[in-house]
Design a protein around this ligand. Structure first.
Ligand SMILES: Cc1cc2nc3c(=O)[nH]c(=O)nc-3n(C[C@H](O)[C@H](O)[C@H](O)COP(=O)(O)OP(=O)(O)OC[C@H]3O[C@@H](n4cnc5c(N)ncnc54)[C@H](O)[C@@H]3O)c2cc1C
Length: 652
């Protein structure tokens, strides 16, 4: 019997599986996507979208639908501690969720439950032609290479009917969450980073309270106590430590609030990983911790007690055909709101790399960078989480103990360790601290591409880190636009040619264009097969589906001479820009985008970003062939075909 073939089989429709499925489906791949639950997540589970993830969701065109749920936005985190005189807790400080030193358009955590986020993904995946099939599970798989194009055989079983379907695929991806069948079958071990394990209670609901970090709404007129006549919506994220325990309070959409209560830790004398607690017990703990304030529940929407082991898979793949991501590879406490976010990053990283290989652009060997990049980030996350979780769980010294210790040490005004850890970790937890190490994609001096033009002097971009947000004017329609969002997440590399002063760089731009047109340039070698029929309205891929070029002049919109821009660059008519919008982060800059990125506003420079918007390399813009040669060298270091070094003109 002829077996059905797929480009990828994705097992699991949580955040990691859904984002991967969306990218692959939209980018034209045939996807088989299954999940063993009959229905998607209805309530609860992860809820915090961090700033960099919001940027990614925007780039995928999903942000608007998620924001339509009117999620809570957390800009600030308050710290509450025991007052020391037995009268309960007091507010001891606060800190922005995303401090100003982090350059982001979204300096807040967006709070909306996982089920709603999944819904947005599922709708878009369906529009792209893939349906998540439920309730199906994975029954077996083997990479037997029996079919060279589709080397992996996968057996899938319908849980309702027990029907087993055998398909062949180029890739199998496990996004199964913490209990991964695929991981188990591969015999991949989980390393427990921190021997400490926890049991957490988490509860979503609508509360009434006189706790001060609140916004009061007139909505709830029905009182549960005679003196309470308003529904209180907790508006600030709070970490609360009291003599009665620790709790984290998180505002949510629909007037809800989430409480995280640690129920047990392996450091407890009576540690039991199966310890559980009723909703009433969690509520009572919260009441004790919040004293002298009161809290009552109008409604509990979701409640769960779940154990958390801090673990990381020793491998994310064994053969670069069967991969895993998300919770299947790393688990940790929910306190820093990283689970779903890390899953998103895993999926995007996986998607564009498979795309680079399957389009015939990149050597298969680049797939190894999925594990090296993402595992490194997971290690950092787990180290941070271990420290943060331990500090969170530790009873905080009360005010009298603090003053006693200060009297002994003479160490006044020193910040508490928990607050220090929280503050120093903000960049990482926001997602902007994700810094991939040098490798074939992230240029440094050890990279095989050796042109002297790499790494523009004084540039303020680091290969491996996310591209910095900048505003520019789009010449096509005079709109003020966010440059980093101008190319959607479509699997292409983005080449931003910051062209400085048009009069000064005219020759450099003409030379670059002429060299891009050569038959062995990256743009020509990987040109579209249908190039003769490309629509005039094609915005991003007039020449190749792998690259989008953008040209940004340091100059006012009306002063630029568009006619003198070489045709090959004018083909990107929606990607011609003027750098003429002020930026508060560089208040004295005349050409804010150039100057913020550390680019000379006269000479410009080229910035290449990967399809996930992380910086790949920067290259000086010079007259002659040097800039194009460096681009050819960079892409040639992982491309399947030789690039550069010829003089013939191409058919672009
Ligand atoms: C009960 C619970 C509460 C949580 N609460 C929080 C929280 O409060 N805050 C927070 O940050 N994080 C929380 N998390 C963690 C967070 O949900 C995860 O970090 C995040 O969802 C990871 O995404 P994922 O796609 O890797 O895995 P998951 O979201 O776990 O998705 C895995 C999917 O695969 C399916 N699946 C599993 N095995 C198979 C199989 N063999 N065949 C087919 N389908 C399969 C599952 O049904 C599921 O739909 C919670 C997790 C759980 C389980």
């Amino acid at each position: 019997m002829v077996q059905e073939t797929y480009d990828i089989v994705i097992v699991g429709a949580g955040p990691v599986g859904l984002l991967l499925s969306l990218c692959m489906s939209r980018w034209g791949y045939k996807v088989k996507h299954i999940d063993n639950r009959p229905v998607p997540t209805a309530t609860g589970r992860a809820d915090g979208i961090q700033p960099r993830s919001t940027e990614i969701l925007r780039n995928l065109g999903l942000k608007r639908s998620i924001m339509a749920y009117e999620p809570a936005k957390v800009y600030d985190v308050a710290f509450w501690d025991p007052k020391g005189d037995g009268s309960g807790i007091g507010r001891t400080g606060s800190w922005p969720s995303c401090p100003r030193f982090i350059d982001t358009r979204y300096p807040f955590t967006t709070l909306v439950h996982q089920g709603k986020i999944e819904r947005v993904f599922i709708d878009e995946i369906e529009k792209a032609g893939t349906r998540v099939e439920r309730p199906w599970t994975i029954h077996g798989f083997k990479n037997d290479g029996a079919n060279a194009d589709y080397p992996v055989e996968v057996q899938l079983k319908c849980i309702d009917t027990n029907v087993v379907e055998t398909v062949r695929s180029k890739y199998l991806f496990s996004g199964e969450g913490a209990r991964s069948f695929v991981r188990e079958q591969l015999g991949i071990k989980i390393h427990h980073k921190d021997p400490i394990a926890y049991v957490w209670g988490v509860m979503d609901g609508v509360v009434r309270t006189n706790f001060p970090d609140i916004e009061v709404s007139e909505k709830g007129k029905k009182a549960v106590k005679p003196e309470i006549h308003k529904t209180n919506i907790l508006q600030t994220k709070c970490t609360i430590h009291s003599d009665a325990g620790s709790i984290m309070v998180i505002p949510r959409e629909d007037n809800m609030v989430r409480l995280y209560v640690q129920i047990a830790s392996s450091t407890d004398p009576d540690w039991n990983p199966r310890k559980t607690a009723t909703a009433e017990e969690v509520q009572q703990t919260a009441k004790n911790i919040l004293k002298p304030y009161w809290i009552e529940w109008d409604r509990v929407e979701w409640y769960s007690v779940y154990p958390i082991g801090q673990g990381i898979a020793e491998k994310y793949t064994l053969d670069e055909r069967v991969f895993m991501g998300g919770d299947a590879c790393h688990t940790h406490s929910p306190k820093a709101g990283q689970g779903m976010n890390t899953a998103f990053h895993d999926a995007l990283n996986m998607a564009w790399k498979i795309h680079a290989v399957e389009t015939g652009f990149a050597n298969r060997s680049i797939l190894s960078t999925y594990e090296s990049e993402r595992k490194d980030i997971a290690e950092t996350l787990l180290n941070f989480d271990a420290k943060y979780a331990a500090l969170f769980s530790k009873r905080r010294p009360n005010a009298s103990e603090v003053s006693a210790s200060k009297a002994v040490s003479g160490n006044d005004g020193e910040e508490d360790e928990f607050v220090k850890t929280f503050k120093s970790s903000c960049e990482f937890t926001s997602g902007y601290g994700v810094a991939y190490k040098p490798n074939i994609f992230n240029w440094d001096a050890s990279h095989p591409a050796k042109s002297a033009l790499f790494n523009i002097p004084n540039v303020r971009l680091t290969p491996g880190r996310a591209f910095t947000p900048t505003m520019v004017t789009r010449l096509a329609d005079s709109n003020f636009v966010e440059l980093e969002q101008e190319v959607p997440a479509n699997g292409s590399f983005r080449i931003f040619i910051f062209a400085g002063n048009q009069n000064k760089t005219q020759k450099a731009i003409t030379d670059l264009a002429a060299n891009l047109e050569k038959e062995r340039s990256f743009l020509s070698v990987y040109r579209r097969s249908d190039i003769a029929d490309v629509s005039f309205f094609e915005r991003h891929h007039p020449h190749s589906k792998l690259f989008t070029l953008s040209l940004i002049y340091a100059g006012a919109k009306n002063e630029l001479d568009v006619d003198s821009i070489p045709q090959i660059l004018r083909d990107y008519h929606h990607h011609l820009y003027a750098d003429d919008i002020p930026d508060v982060r560089v208040p004295n800059a005349k050409f804010a985008a150039h100057e913020k990125l550390g680019l000379d506003a006269e000479k410009g420079g080229v910035v290449v970003t990967r399809p996930d918007s992380h910086v790949a390399c920067t290259i000086q813009l010079v007259e002659g062939s040097g800039t194009a040669d460096a681009l050819n060298e960079y892409f040639g270091s992982f491309a399947t075909k030789p690039l550069g070094q010829d003089s013939q003109q191409s058919r672009l």
